[in-house]
Ligand binder design. Structure first.
Ligand SMILES: [Zn+2]
Length: 268
């Protein structure tokens, strides 16, 4: 499927399940003919859970089949580290529950945050002990994954993305490169992306204005275009998610990306 206004892209372009102010199903119906992939943003807290029921999974699969759509799943909590002799943290139990509730959707990736609090406390690269505890926690969810690469570990705004590298390599996970978080840390995202793209399954794109997760139009157009060019130049075949949360930002971001393919654009 080629999205309206785009040439055939090597990657799947998508957005989140919260573009219109409603639940997952109305959003998926709204987005089905507008994107290639939908990131299901899932919550599972004491008084609210939107983990899909088996009936909802059936309906999501039907819509996906009719529209050539795929899903990625954002796990609900930062994955907390534990020592080998400790009981698994609730975040690991919830990750397992979420993977179980969504496995019939055949998600392209499960996007995960590492324990940003513990890593954020490190002053330099995480210690060997911290990496071991992290791998220990991740091993507890490995049996639920159809493939370790399906776990896409995201760089966050609170610590350097490079600190994920060793964990990703040793576990055999993939990267979720969040471009907005790199902008938030006032970094040039292109070298970071370029180096990791071969082991990246998801790229998150969003603009940074008063805060992050805003329209891409909040960024200088050239900055966004450099990312787009890099994805095309490397023939990236994963998912690109516009990680934004309202219709105005979605429409303006898609229009900006489409404009890179106008006849007079410099992109090709
Ligand atoms: Zn993200």
């Amino acid at each position: 499927m080629t999205l309206t206004g785009f040439p055939e892209l090597p990657f799947r372009l998508g957005t989140t399940s919260y573009i219109i102010p409603d639940d997952i199903l109305p959003n998926v119906r709204y987005l089905a003919d507008k994107v290639d992939d939908i990131e299901l943003v899932l919550f599972d807290v004491e008084d609210y859970s939107n983990l899909p029921s088996p009936a909802l999974v059936n309906e999501l699969n039907r819509i996906a089949g009719d529209n050539g759509l795929t899903y990625t799943v954002h796990l609900p909590l930062d994955l907390k580290f534990t020592r080998a002799d400790e009981r698994a943290d609730v975040s690991i139990e919830k990750a397992l529950k979420t993977i179980g509730a969504t496995e019939r959707l055949g998600p392209i990736a499960y996007v995960a945050h590492l324990d940003s609090h513990q890593i954020g406390l490190a002053e330099r690269e995480p210690s060997e002990a911290l990496v071991e505890n992290c791998l220990n926690a991740l091993e507890k969810i490995a049996p639920a994954l159809p493939d370790r690469k399906k776990l896409a570990i995201e760089n966050l705004e609170s610590y350097p993305g490079e600190w994920n590298d060793e964990v990703i390599r040793r576990f055999g996970a993939s990267n979720c490169v969040d471009i907005g978080h790199l902008w938030l840390r006032r970094r040039d995202p292109v070298p970071y992306l370029r180096e990791r793209l071969p082991v990246t399954s998801v790229v998150h794109l969003h603009g940074v204005a008063d805060r992050d997760h805003r329209s891409l139009t909040a960024q200088p157009k050239n900055q966004v275009q450099l990312i787009w060019q890099e994805l095309l130049r490397q023939n990236y075949r994963g998912v690109v998610t516009l990680e934004i949360f309202n219709e105005t930002d979605f429409v303006s971001s898609m229009d900006l990306l489409r404009s890179f393919h106008d006849r007079h654009s410099t992109i090709r």
